[in-house]
Structure formats: structure tokens, C-alpha cells
Design a protein around this ligand. Structure first.
Ligand code: ATP
Length: 359
């Protein structure tokens, strides 16, 4: 537990562009701490494909211990296509940490920042401001590393539990309530495939039971296939969506695409005690080492971290610092910054410098 607005942050830069986007994010936190009367202690630790290559482990036990002790975890991105386990899967300590710390609520906001081009016609007029909540500890990912492959077939099993679904839906309804209090629609859509799979009918049944306890939130139910089409045709009609792990993995990359790209989409993996904050994107090996990575998603993830710390520890100045970072990001895009990610000429350093100046 922190005292006097001091927070210990575990910093896992990871692989590829992970460390490249982490560096400016830490610089921004350093600048904001003085302004907001906060104090951060950053402890960097290894995790990812590089560490696996050297040691045969995705991360050392000391990294897990650090994450356990810290007030929050900041992660860049981990894994490289060229480094794989013997079963051909990639090194993914970020997924292991979700399981280890029971970070069941993957929060993936997609907000179209004015000035950022969206591929959706009309989005610049109508705006996009939605949140996908991806269950992050079970679903199809529950069989990670446990799939059975024989000469003639392969099987992976999906797991949905009442306990996790219940906590996930409570978290989602509370988020929809908080957004309603701030002027958003206050609606929550359960996204599943309940017309085909029993596991999803079970998921939806728990959603329906939970909805009765939140009469102030409009509860919707959608099948994932139809939902995908609606998200592309009229994303402005969505507020909060909650879904299973695999569906959330896919839909949250889709919603990141709606608001400019993976480099614009922050995320948080939240449990009852711990939380980890990282951009939606991966290590983007195609652009690593070229100064092209857009650090916006990482920077916005630090704002989500500050918001969570503010709420957990009752530190109002941390919430104000989060808002300050978001406003600074909004300002640089309104002023015309254009990342190479969507055809502009601004790389990591330009974007970082502009946010620092706008704080
Ligand atoms: P993962 O499976 O770990 O999510 P991935 O291989 O599916 O990773 P990413 O590493 O997220 O995908 O990258 C997909 C593409 O998006 C990259 O090839 C890169 O061109 C682009 N991209 C991702 N993040 C950024 C960023 N921050 N800035 C610029 N471009 C990015």
C-alpha cells in the first residue's frame, strides 16, 4: 500500500517496439508527478521473447514477485514471431500475468480523438467512444498450453465459470453506470454466440441475472457476428460491450482500427487486487528500431493506470493527472500531429515531444 501519493510501478518494457513506447511514457509520468504532487518509483524488470532466448523462461520469478509487490504493472509488449516454444506458440508473459494475478477484466477503450482519421464514413461527425471489456482469464484461452493435438485432430476447450462471469458483469455494469454519470449513454451489450453454444447460453444467463441489479443501465444482447457488422456500420451507437476472451481479443483489435489503429488504443487488465496497463498492440517487429512506433496507446495506458490508482487509493490528484495526459494527447492531434502509422510523418520522438510540451 502506498503512502503520501507515492506509487511503486513495475515496468516491463518487453520486446520489439515495447521498450520504444515505454520510454516516452515514463518521461511523461516523470513530468506529471511534479505537477500533480505524486511520486513514482519505477522498477524495470525483464519479460518476453528476448529473456526466453537467453534463459529458456518467459520471465524470471523476480519479475512476478515485483509485480506482486508493486502498486501497478506497466507493460510495453512481449513476444516475437521468430522466438517460439517447442509447440510453436509465441512467448507471452503478458497472458501468464493475467492468469497469475486473476486480471479478469480486460478494458479496451476506443475513443476517436478529434483530428485522427477513422476509416468509417461519418465517424468524424458522429464520434466514436466505446469500451470493449474482454474477459481475460478463461474462455477459449483457458486451454492455452493444454490443447491436445494428435496426428488426425486438434482440440482446445473453452471454459466459462459462474464466478468469473459474475465478477466480469458486475465490473462492466459499474463501468456503464460511471460512464452514464459522465454523460454517456449508459448501456452495456453482452456479446456472445448463445444461439449455438451452451457455454455462451450459460454466459448470457448470468448476464441477464446480473442486469436485474443494475436497472439504470440499458442491457443489450448481441451475437458476435452481427455485432461485428454493427461495429463497422454504426460504432457511435455503442457504449460498453462485454465478451468472452477470444471474441474480445478480435473485437478489440477491430475497435482499435475504428479509431485510427493499434497505436491509438490503450488497455487495462484489472483484477480485484492487481492491475496491468499496456497498449492493445503487440511488438510490431516490422517497424521496430526505426523510430516509427506510435507511443499514443502506451501513453493513454498510463492515464488509465493513474485513474485506477486514484480510484483504488482515493487519490484525487492522480485522476486529475490522468485527465491532463488525455487532454495533452487530444491537443497534439487537434494541432495536426500525424503518426507514420496512418500515413503521416511523425515518429515516436515527435509524438513524445509534443505530448510533453502540451502537458
Ligand atoms: P500480437 O499478436 O502480439 O497482438 P500482432 O503481430 O498481431 O501482435 P502487432 O504487433 O500489434 O500485431 O502489430 C500489427 C501491425 O500494426 C504491425 O505490423 C504494425 O505495422 C502496426 N502497429 C502496431 N502497433 C503500432 C504502433 N504503436 N505504431 C505504429 N504501428 C503499429
Amino acid at each position: 500500500m502506498s503512502a503520501n501519493n507515492a506509487f511503486h510501478i513495475a515496468v516491463l518494457g518487453g520486446d520489439g517496439i515495447g521498450p520504444e513506447v515505454m520510454a516516452p511514457a515514463l518521461e511523461i509520468l516523470r513530468k506529471i508527478e511534479t505537477k500533480a504532487g505524486l511520486s513514482f518509483r519505477f522498477t524495470e524488470a525483464p519479460a518476453g521473447a528476448g529473456h526466453y532466448r537467453e534463459t529458456g523462461k518467459s520471465m524470471p520469478d523476480s519479475t512476478i514477485k515485483l509485480c506482486e509487490e508493486a502498486d501497478a504493472i506497466l507493460l510495453g509488449a512481449c513476444g516475437l514471431p521468430s522466438v517460439r516454444y517447442p509447440d510453436n506458440t509465441e512467448i507471452a508473459p503478458q497472458i501468464e500475468l493475467r492468469f497469475h494475478f486473476d486480471l479478469y477484466a480486460g478494458v479496451r477503450p476506443a475513443r476517436l480523438i478529434p483530428g485522427v482519421p477513422s476509416p468509417i464514413v461519418g465517424a468524424d461527425q458522429r464520434g466514436i467512444d466505446l469500451v470493449v471489456i474482454r474477459e481475460s482469464t478463461e474462455g477459449l484461452f483457458a486451454s492455452m498450453g493444454k490443447g491436445v493435438v494428435t496426428e488426425s485432430e486438434a482440440r482446445e476447450t473453452m471454459v466459462i465459470t459462474r464466478r468469473t462471469s459474475q465478477r466480469l458483469f458486475d465490473f462492466s455494469f459499474r463501468l456503464a453506470e460511471r460512464r452514464k454519470a459522465r454523460g454517456r449513454a449508459g448501456s452495456l451489450a453482452c456479446v456472445d454466440k448463445a444461439n449455438v453454444f451452451k457455454a455462451f447460453a450459460f454466459f448470457r444467463e448470468i448476464f441477464d441475472e446480473t442486469a436485474k441489479r443494475y436497472p439504470g443501465v440499458k442491457a443489450d444482447r448481441l451475437y458476435v457476428d452481427a455485432c461485428s457488422a454493427f461495429l463497422v456500420k454504426r460504432p457511435w451507437d455503442f457504449d460498453v460491450l462485454v465478451t468472452e476472451n477470444m471474441f474480445g481479443d478480435i473485437l478489440s483489435d477491430l475497435t482499435a482500427g475504428l479509431v485510427g489503429g493499434l497505436g491509438m488504443a490503450p488497455s487495462a487488465d484489472i483484477g480485484d487486487r492487481h492491475a496491468m496497463f499496456q497498449p492493445c498492440h503487440g511488438t510490431a517487429p516490422d517497424i521496430m528500431g526505426q523510430g516509427k512506433a506510435n507511443p499514443t496507446a502506451m501513453i493513454l495506458s498510463t492515464a488509465m493506470m493513474l485513474d485506477w490508482l486514484a480510484d483504488k487509493h482515493g487519490v484525487e490528484s492522480a485522476a486529475e493527472a490522468a485527465e491532463r495526459i488525455e487532454l495533452a494527447v487530444d491537443k497534439i492531434y487537434a494541432d495536426g500531429i500525424k503518426p507514420t502509422e496512418f500515413g503521416g510523418s511523425n515518429g515516436t520522438a515527435d509524438i513524445a515531444k509534443a505530448v510533453l510540451a502540451a502537458l
